[in-house]
Design a protein. Structure first.
Length: 255
């Protein structure tokens, strides 16, 4: 049975993937989990990745390329270090075709399975049709080899008609996929948060440059997200925060 999770934030460009990744790192840090974190792309300008701020919390953020060399290094590390609880990787939207090629050439999900890892795709969506097409492509390619969490990012509004009325929603549900709400946060507050270049949990402390009201709003936004995650019966399992009894090894079962 699968024991651990390999969580990949996927989706079209500018839908909130890196935001979700950072919220998950906060949650993993709160649960004191041993996490390996990776990113696939680089940003223009200073070429820093969106997760680099979390090195301040002790995470080691590494680049993961879509090639056999990087895959071999990663898989060897997962095999050697049994103390790893889960893996999180943040994938830019433009890398979808590279990801498909990578899977075809490396049999990545099959190799993860052999090491006891089950992939989870966490896919934020906006109210654009392109998001649904992206999700459909993932579903058509990977099918039941992965688990799915669709994040309705309310930054873009409360209605997601292109997704809600599309057959891909039923397809994801048939594979026991689940949905998650990311509450809205105002533009100016989010920009203040970004400008600190701090982990979210440090940005809401009195030591940050964010004004008190914005820190309070940000803190409540984070807590709302965490409550939604942890109060669901399935999402914590898909994110590696809990393990179902069926996923535990015999020696780990406790009655």
């Amino acid at each position: 049975m699968f024991r651990k999770r390999f969580v990949i934030t996927v989706g079209d460009s500018r839908v909130g993937k890196s935001t979700i990744s950072r919220l998950l790192l906060e949650l993993y840090n709160r649960h004191e989990l041993n996490v390996r974190a990776y990113y696939h792309g680089q940003r223009p300008g200073d070429l820093s990745n969106k997760l680099s701020a979390y090195e301040q919390l002790g995470f080691s953020i590494k680049h993961l390329g879509f090639n056999r060399g990087d895959s071999d290094i990663l898989l060897n590390e997962l095999e050697m270090f049994s103390e790893i609880d889960l893996v999180l990787t943040d994938m830019p939207g433009q890398n979808l075709l590279d990801f498909f090629r990578f899977e075809n050439e490396i049999y990545f999900t099959e190799n993860l399975e052999s090491l006891g890892y089950r992939p989870t795709f966490i896919h934020p969506i906006s109210n654009r049709r392109d998001c649904v097409k992206y999700l459909q492509s993932l579903h058509d390619f990977f099918g039941s080899r992965v688990d799915y969490i669709v994040v309705k990012n309310q930054y873009f509004g409360e209605y997601f008609d292109f997704y809600d009325n599309n057959e891909v929603r039923q397809n994801i549900e048939s594979l026991k996929g689940v949905e998650l709400i990311l509450p809205k946060i105002e533009d100016n507050i989010y920009q203040d948060l970004e400008d600190t270049n701090l982990p979210y949990s440090l940005a809401v402390t009195s030591d940050s440059d964010i004004q008190l009201l914005h820190r309070s709003v940000t803190y409540n936004w984070m807590e709302n997200f965490y409550d939604v995650v942890m109060n669901d019966s399935v999402i914590p399992l898909y994110l590696g925060l809990k393990r179902d009894r069926a996923e535990l090894q015999p020696q780990e079962l406790r009655f």
